[in-house]
Design a protein around this ligand. Structure first.
Ligand code: NZQ
Ligand code: ZN
Length: 385
């Protein structure tokens, strides 16, 4: 097992009717800015419930954080924080709203142009406002991790940042708040959590026995609950399991002490920035091809994945690996997510564009061995056409 430090200070409050607990979680004298997305938080009544729980506190609102939150929008929230002397942020929404809130928390006290936070990947964050979240979409794990992803529309750049200062203080996870999600977002959440797990699991063996078993448990749970949530939209327990699995898939636990390979996400972010494809859909395009192209360096774990997740035990090694990749692709497709660039009307020119962007963003030595070069990315993208 590799050496590691594990730190996660986020308090999780899980279950039905838990939004009322905001009253105990947010300091009584806080001047709160509630940040949310387009229409869902209002339409579903979650925003009203949040406001009621905050009682007599001074409350301000910032609406309109878009999917793949933009720097341009978030800087308007930063202005509001400064002008209203806000001292506590509360995100109500999915990964985009929570990521956006993390950025606002860090940018509020930042000296200089706040985009530099994204450029330096968060290493230059020295302070951040305290914040919490009310999660309405299980997918990203942002509710219990220290990362965020922000897009600068004007230059079509989508960059991730991390800092121990941007862990949420708390996150409320009420599975019943996800009943209003459209099918497309449920499918996105399942695939995003699946790929997060794979990227901390499908590398090379380091005898991280419990990490492997955890990861396999999360993958098996997603394979079981994903279709169940789609088929039985009113099934609370299926929703609850999906929500907790998605959080555990990216809260640092399964990745501690094992190698990681975030290349699928790095390629995916470029596809979203250029072509506005949903985050999870970009991952479904990249992952199957990546596993196939990288099969030599991932061989041992691919065989373990085939056996323990897909129960594939017969045939040559390559046949087992091929079948495991096919099952993965079929699973994404069964959730209604297309897995080829051509399904999104993209061809060879898109491959060239993404390669230029990857180079520009320094994504030239990716993977668990830092040997995933632009030439490897080319092979993967061409295999995904
Ligand atoms: O904007 P509104 O109207 O609120 O609608 C949202 C949005 O259109 C809707 N929605 C959310 N909760 C709902 C709901 N609709 C009905 N009922 C509800 N309860 O869903 C749409 C998508 O929301 P979004 O927050 O964009 O989705 P998601 O949670 O998948 O977040 C994606 C973002 O997270 C980043 C992605 O790159 C992307 O920008 N990621 C963040 C990570 C992290 N912080 O660790 C890791 C991930 O890999 C990912 O990169
Ligand atoms: Zn993701």
């Amino acid at each position: 097992m590799l050496n590691f430090e594990f730190y996660n200070p986020t308090k999780i409050v899980f279950g039905r009717d838990t939004i009322a607990k905001l009253d105990h979680l947010v300091p009584p004298t806080a001047r709160v800015l509630i940040l949310f997305g387009g229409a869902s938080a209002k339409k579903t009544g979650t925003l009203d419930e949040v406001k009621a729980a905050l009682g007599k506190r001074e409350i301000h609102e910032f609406a309109g954080i878009e999917p793949n939150p933009s720097y341009e929008t978030l800087m308007q929230a930063v202005e509001q924080v400064r002008s209203k002397n806000i001292d506590f942020l509360l995100a109500v929404g999915g990964g985009s709203v929570i990521d956006g809130t993390k950025f606002v928390a860090a940018a509020a006290n930042f000296e200089g142009e706040a985009w530099d936070i994204a450029v330096k990947r968060g290493a230059n964050i020295t302070s951040a406002l305290p914040f919490g979240s009310v999660l309405t979409l299980p997918a990203t794990g942002s509710e219990m991790n220290n990362g965020g992803v922000v897009t600068r529309k004007s230059i079509q750049a989508k960059l991730a940042f991390h800092s121990p200062l941007v862990f949420p203080q708390f996150s409320i996870l009420d599975p019943s708040k996800t009943f209003t999600l459209p099918t497309r977002q449920i499918a996105n959440g399942v695939v995003d959590a699946f790929v997060h797990t794979v990227e901390q699991y499908l590398t090379y063996p380091v005898q991280g026995m419990v990490q492997d078993r955890f990861a396999e448990g999360l993958l098996l749970s997603l394979i079981e609950t994903g279709p169940r949530v789609l088929a039985e939209p009113n099934d609370y327990d299926a929703r609850a399991n999906l929500m907790w699995v998605a959080t555990l898939a990216l809260n640092g636990l399964i990745g501690a002490g094992v190698p990681q390979d975030w290349a699928t996400h790095m390629l995916g972010h470029e596809l979203t920035a250029q072509y506005d494809i949903d985050h999870a859909r970009t991952l479904a395009i990249v992952l199957p091809s990546l596993l196939s192209v990288r099969r030599e360096s991932k061989r041992a774990k691919l065989l373990q994945y085939a056996e323990r997740v897909w129960q594939i035990t017969e045939g040559s090694e390559d046949a087992r690996i091929d079948l495991a990749i096919e099952r993965t692709r079929d699973f994404f497709e069964s959730m209604g997510i297309k897995t080829r660039l051509s399904d999104y009307e993209l061809g060879q020119p898109a491959v060239e564009t993404v390669l230029v962007q990857l180079e520009q963003h320094g994504m030239t030595r990716l993977g668990e061995h830092q040997d995933h070069t632009l030439a490897v990315s080319r092979k993967i993208l061409e295999a995904a056409l």
